[in-house]
Design a protein around this ligand. Structure first.
Ligand code: NAP
Ligand code: 3JN
Length: 351
């Protein structure tokens, strides 16, 4: 008989959790039961799932009795405290937070890139940062063919990456500015980063800070892209550097990615062909038709869109490209559910 799974969503009321529920509504994973977990504040609220009403429950350790797969997206502190509780009770955890990502015992997985890493899971699998995931989908086929010497990426990140409150902050500020409130009087409480001292308006602005500042004046978001790329590609020698910027877009992260490949023999046409054939990637690249990836058209799509592929003007093995994906889907909810589907296909869920 086919295995059927009890799946829990931790953080079910959040920007990511809401999308996880949508992804579970259309998953190929055989589902027995879905349990929605959030804080005490949300307990008792209702949510429909495939036409049925589900009641949100308060997250407690006992929530994981009988759960086979637990998808976490309620922040690193919650994952730290509750992921081991879920594993103790026999669940496999797919964690969307950064808490376990760099733990050598925990696979960090983009299913199109390194599904084999799932084989060594010990109960917890980490979902990479959204900005890293879409870059991996675009770069892995090129790395496979020509090797990767260096990556220089600048991101243009949507506010939904910072949660529901940040999305509301953008909408409120945009309306207030249009209604005549001067920029210096716009109310800013969340962005660039909830955990930092100062807040700036995001409406009609661009903020070169995502997460708090860390070593060498790079932000944590920038370090996540550096460290996670090396872990996923299992190569510490790749040179990676990132500049992460928040822009007033609701959903869909865009990235300007510059790479230098290692081997001889590449050209723009071959790079385009690799992207066109890559799992999870869609080539959108025809300057004559003004065809290129855009944040707006990436929304609600699971793929990563790649275009504007050009050879560098001075560096023979250097290429530029524009990489766009729905940060809440491939960057978070879909990648997590896809990991769960892959675990099932590889018979790695212990039921
Ligand atoms: P959000 O919109 O602010 O939602 C937060 C969720 O966490 C809500 O469901 C909230 O429930 C729940 N929560 C908060 N405190 C809780 C508690 N004590 N017990 C149980 N649940 C609690 O945030 P989001 O954008 O969905 O992001 C959530 C987390 O996902 C982030 O902190 C981050 O770690 C991760 N994330 C990862 C990526 C990625 O790049 N892969 C992208 C975005 C986010 P209530 O509604 O009841 O408060
Ligand atoms: O800001 C974005 O676009 C992505 C944000 C991701 C995020 C937000 C809060 C906490 C993370 C993450 O996944 O890296 C975390 C975290 O550190 O868990």
């Amino acid at each position: 008989m086919e295995k059927m799974y009890n799946v829990a969503v931790v953080g079910a009321t959040g920007a990511v959790g809401t999308k996880m529920i949508e992804m579970l509504e259309e998953t190929t994973l055989p589902l027995k039961n879905v349990k929605l977990l959030a804080s005490k504040r949300s307990a008792g609220k209702e949510r429909t799932f495939k036409g049925k009403t589900l009641i949100i429950e308060e997250l407690v350790p006992e929530s994981f009795e009988d759960v086979d797969i637990a998808l976490f997206s309620a922040g690193g502190g919650i994952s730290k405290q509750f992921a081991p509780e879920a594993v103790k009770r026999g669940a496999v955890v797919v964690d969307n937070t950064s808490h376990f990502r760099m733990d050598p015992e925990v696979p960090l997985v983009v299913p199109e890139v390194n599904p084999q890493a799932l084989k060594r899971h010990k109960g917890i699998i980490a979902n990479p940062n959204c900005s890293t995931i879409q870059m991996m989908v675009a770069l892995e086929p090129i790395r496979q063919a020509y090797g990767l010497d260096r990556v220089i990426v600048s991101t243009y990140q949507a506010v939904s990456g910072a949660g529901i409150n940040a999305m509301n902050e953008l909408k409120t500020q945009a309306q207030a500015y249009i209604d005549g409130t001067p920029a210096e009087q716009l109310q800013a409480d969340i962005l660039p980063c909830g955990g930092d001292k100062k807040h700036y308006p995001i409406a009609f602005n661009a903020l070169p800070q995502i997460d708090v500042f860390s070593d060498a004046d790079y932000t944590y978001e920038e370090w996540k892209m550096v460290n996670e790329t090396k872990k996923i590609m299992e190569d510490d020698s790749i040179k990676v550097v990132a500049t992460c910027v928040r822009i007033p877009v609701l959903s869909g992260h865009s990235e300007s990615v510059y790479i230098e490949v290692e081997k001889d023999g590449s050209n723009v046409e071959k790079i385009k062909q690799l992207i066109a054939e890559a799992p999870g990637a869609v080539l959108q690249d025809d300057p004559s038709q003004q065809l290129y990836p855009q944040a707006l058209t990436s929304i609600d799509r699971k793929e990563t869109f790649v275009g504007r592929i050009r050879q560098d003007i001075d560096i023979e093995k250097g290429y530029h490209m524009w990489v766009v994906s729905d940060n809440l889907l491939k960057g978070a909810a879909w990648n997590s559910v896809q990991i769960a589907e892959t675990l099932h296909e590889m018979d790695l869920v212990r039921v």
